[in-house]
Design a binder for this molecule. Structure first.
Ligand SMILES: NC(=O)C1=CN([C@@H]2O[C@H](COP(=O)(O)OP(=O)(O)OC[C@H]3O[C@@H](n4cnc5c(N)ncnc54)[C@H](O)[C@@H]3O)[C@@H](O)[C@H]2O)C=CC1
Ligand SMILES: CC(=O)C(=O)O
Length: 315
């Protein structure tokens, strides 16, 4: 629930599959007082606002939901960017960079002209590159430009580990870091299930074998390809992930999530947006959490950062 005494406003730009799933989850959770929907396809945004409002009599708390324009961003606490093209079957997230960067140029310009001074959450792919683009174009401090990063991959990882060990996912502590894409990596060395490390499980011969764990990570990394093949797009998981991020910010939680944030020397990385664990509160990214990675994880993280950096520098 939003804090008493302050009217909280979230603007969603792009009410396609991801934006409308986020809006729906946000509504069910009663996360803010005002939810404003903007889309280049005004009819789509209008239809979503009508449809959502018809759920009001069943909702736990009142919320104003309406379509708007960029002037509504002036008073927004958070602008969530979900506009742009999604992947066709077989396309990578990085393949989207040119068209979505062009779309972002005009969107960021319009948002900033409103006088917006809140926090951007970016979900559009390739999310690490577009978070960097949003930071550069907006001129906002990097703490207030946050990409959804590997929050969804971490959720997929925890879900599958919970299934594999038959343990509640809330007792699975595990991160996927790096690019939200093909070069992401699991932090196996620090993964634990109820305070028992994966190495301990392997040594005791309990749970999945090493090969099964490697396969499990491949399922995480390639999940989007399988879902897109099956139904054309992924949207519920990220919708929930974006709600979780929004809640962490609005409710000043100081909770840790693997988001795309600017590395400024952490992990030996600089000037790149990449998925890392970060402490989030009402000011945005309070701190990037530096984990003690092993050598292989550090090498893979640097490779992932190089891939993102090359795309950023090319643009
Ligand atoms: N970060 C993550 O974990 C995830 C990211 N995504 C990404 O989210 C993005 C959106 O995906 P979907 O919602 O499935 O696509 P979609 O095609 O359903 O929706 C995109 C929406 O953006 C709107 N749009 C396009 N240009 C615009 C502009 N200039 N201004 C305002 N609105 C504009 C379109 O009219 C459309 O309604 C894609 O880039 C996709 O890859 C999708 C799932 C997970
Ligand atoms: C599409 C996408 O980025 C995902 O589902 O992970």
């Amino acid at each position: 629930m939003p804090k008493a005494g302050k009217t909280s406003r979230i603007v969603v730009v792009g009410t396609g599959a991801v934006g409308s799933s986020f809006a729906y989850a946000c509504f069910i959770k009663g996360l803010c007082h005002e939810l404003i929907l903007i889309d280049a396809n005004e009819e789509k945004a209008k239809g979503d606002a009508m449809d959502l409002n018809h759920g009001l009599p069943f909702a736990g708390s009142a919320m104003t939901i309406r379509t708007g324009d960029y002037s509504d961003c002036e008073d927004a606490d958070i602008v969530v960017l979900t506009a742009g093209a999604n992947q066709a079957p077989g396309e990578t997230r990085l393949d989207l960079v040119e068209k979505n960067t062009r779309i972002f140029e005009s969107i960021i310009d319009s948002v900033m002209k409103s006088g917006f001074n809140g926090i951007f959450i970016v979900a559009t792919n390739p999310v690490d590159v577009l978070s960097y683009v949003t930071w550069k174009y907006s001129g906002l401090p990097s703490e207030r430009v946050i990409g959804s990063g590997t929050i969804l991959d971490t959720a997929r990882f925890r879900y599958l580990l919970g299934q594999a060990y038959q343990v509640d996912t809330r007792n699975v502590h595990a991160y996927i870091i790096g690019e939200h894409g093909d070069t992401e990596l699991p932090v196996w060395s620090l993964t634990d299930i109820g305070r028992r490390s994966i190495d301990q499980y392997l040594a005791e011969g309990k749970g999945p074998s090493k090969q099964e764990l490697d396969d499990l990570f491949v399922q995480v990394r390639d999940a989007a390809y399988h879902i897109i093949q099956a139904k054309g797009a992924t949207f519920y998981g990220i919708g929930m992930g974006l709600v979780r991020l929004t809640q962490a910010l609005l409710e000043d939680e100081n909770s840790i999530h693997t988001v795309s944030c600017l590395a400024r020397g952490e992990y030996g990385l600089k000037d790149v947006y990449i998925g890392l664990p970060a402490i989030l509160n009402q000011d945005g990214v309070r701190e990037v959490v530096e984990l003690r990675l092993n050598e292989e994880e550090t090498r893979k993280l640097h490779h992932s950062a190089d891939v993102i950096s090359q795309v950023i520098r090319r643009g």
